[in-house]
Ligand binder design. Structure first.
Ligand SMILES: NC(=O)c1ccc[n+]([C@@H]2O[C@H](COP(=O)([O-])OP(=O)(O)OC[C@H]3O[C@@H](n4cnc5c(N)ncnc54)[C@H](O)[C@@H]3O)[C@@H](O)[C@H]2O)c1
Ligand SMILES: [Zn+2]
Ligand SMILES: [Zn+2]
Length: 352
């Protein structure tokens, strides 16, 4: 796939795993908006990409020195394989690890052209080569299509509320953009005990889903001013935590002003390189207090968070199945992008 082209199904070569590398037989991989950003050249120009990064599967072959997983293990793939020794890890902040591990060898087209794996994974494939630390073993009782979503969007949303936003019991939360990421932020806010959860989107169908995930109020920003609506839903004050899950300066500005004094804005939507910050008066930034916090991957630590969240799922306390809108084949990713753009799905999941 080149810039601006539709995705194509190709035969690829996957090298034997080297030291610290693992081949995973992918069982399921969700279609995330970030894959579409890659296809449109919004993340980098390192075409051709091997897309797909929200995946679960079975470890098939391990390279020398791999000790944490063995063939047959059921794993969720992650794009934060913590190094343990960078300056963030040394400060006991592995959620910011600045030297996350990926496979060092490249998967290639059959003519030898190296592929750039999306988020260092590349999982719209039958077999993917990843680093050992990118594999998090979880309970094999779980449905790969559901728990694979923890590998990116759902974890990013849950963590935006529970980790970056530190939503607490009784808080009010507003979520701007109710796709897979935003709805996961709603679920995270509910799990954390938020009392008021305002869903904001421009699509009524998305708002219905947001309510089913636990939103107490739904606001269609194409019809009403979302800042006013969030204030009305929160006693006139604004929300304690506003989560931007679109990736757009206009919604960031709404999230900024829909927040109560000393509240937190969490930016989990991914902007394109051309987007600029909203033009805010500095006195508004200072005078409103609080915090503006970007959230990479929901500040998760996969080895800590994935197994625990899979347990909640198996106990019926985390509705991951409800994020799976449809199961599709490897050759249907382009159609899945179109359905995502038309707002028809939360997650299309490729199953193998
Ligand atoms: N920070 C991270 O680690 C991380 C991880 C995964 C995805 N993301 C990003 O999160 C964002 C959302 O991903 P997704 O998979 O949920 O995408 P999605 O396309 O499924 O959802 C986006 C939602 O935003 C809504 N929307 C669009 N314009 C809006 C507006 N002006 N006001 C309110 N709502 C609006 C759409 O109707 C849609 O429901 C993307 O930018 C994606 O790249 C970030
Ligand atoms: Zn590190
Ligand atoms: Zn993603």
């Amino acid at each position: 796939m080149g810039k601006g082209e539709r995705v194509r199904l190709e035969t690829i070569s996957v090298p034997d795993p080297g030291p610290g590398e693992v081949i995973v037989d992918v069982q399921a991989c969700g279609v995330c908006h970030t894959d579409l950003h890659y296809r449109e050249g919004g993340i980098s120009d390192d075409f051709p990409f091997l897309l797909g990064h929200e995946a679960a599967g079975l470890v098939s072959v391990v390279g020398d020195g791999v000790t944490s997983v063995a063939p047959g293990d059921f794993v969720v793939l992650n794009w934060r394989a913590v190094c343990g020794s960078c300056r963030a890890c040394r400060k006991a902040k592995p959620q910011y690890c600045f030297a996350t591990r990926n496979a060092s060898q490249k998967m290639t087209l059959t003519d030898g052209t190296a592929l750039s794996p999306a988020l260092g994974i590349g999982a719209f494939v039958e077999k993917s080569l990843v680093a050992e630390g990118q594999c998090t073993p979880v309970s094999a009782a779980a449905d790969p299509a559901a728990v694979g979503l923890l590998g990116c969007g759902v974890m990013a949303g849950l963590g935006a509320s529970m980790l970056t936003g530190n939503v607490s019991r009784g808080d009010s939360v507003a979520v701007f953009g109710c796709g897979g990421v935003g709805d996961a932020a709603i679920v995270g806010a509910k799990l954390a005990g938020a009392a008021t959860i305002v869903a904001v989107d421009v699509d009524d169908r998305k708002l219905d889903w947001a309510r089913s995930f636990g939103a107490t109020h739904a606001v269609n920003a194409s019809r009403v001013d979302p800042v006013d609506a969030v204030r009305q839903a929160t006693g006139g004050f604004g929300a304690d935590v506003c989560i931007e899950a679109v990736g757009n300066p206009a919604t960031l500005e709404q999230a900024f002003f829909a927040r109560d004094f000393a509240g937190t804005v969490v930016q989990v939507g991914v902007p394109t390189p051309a987007m600029r910050m909203p033009d805010l008066a500095m006195i508004d930034f200072f005078g409103r207090g609080g915090a503006l916090k970007p959230s990479w991957y929901g500040d998760c630590v996969p080895s800590r968070d994935f197994p625990a969240l899979v347990e909640l799922y198996l106990q019926g306390r985390l509705p991951l199945d409800d994020f799976v809108s449809e199961r599709i084949g490897l050759d249907e990713v382009e159609e899945a992008f179109e359905k995502m753009s038309r707002g028809e799905v939360l997650r299309s999941v490729v199953v193998l």
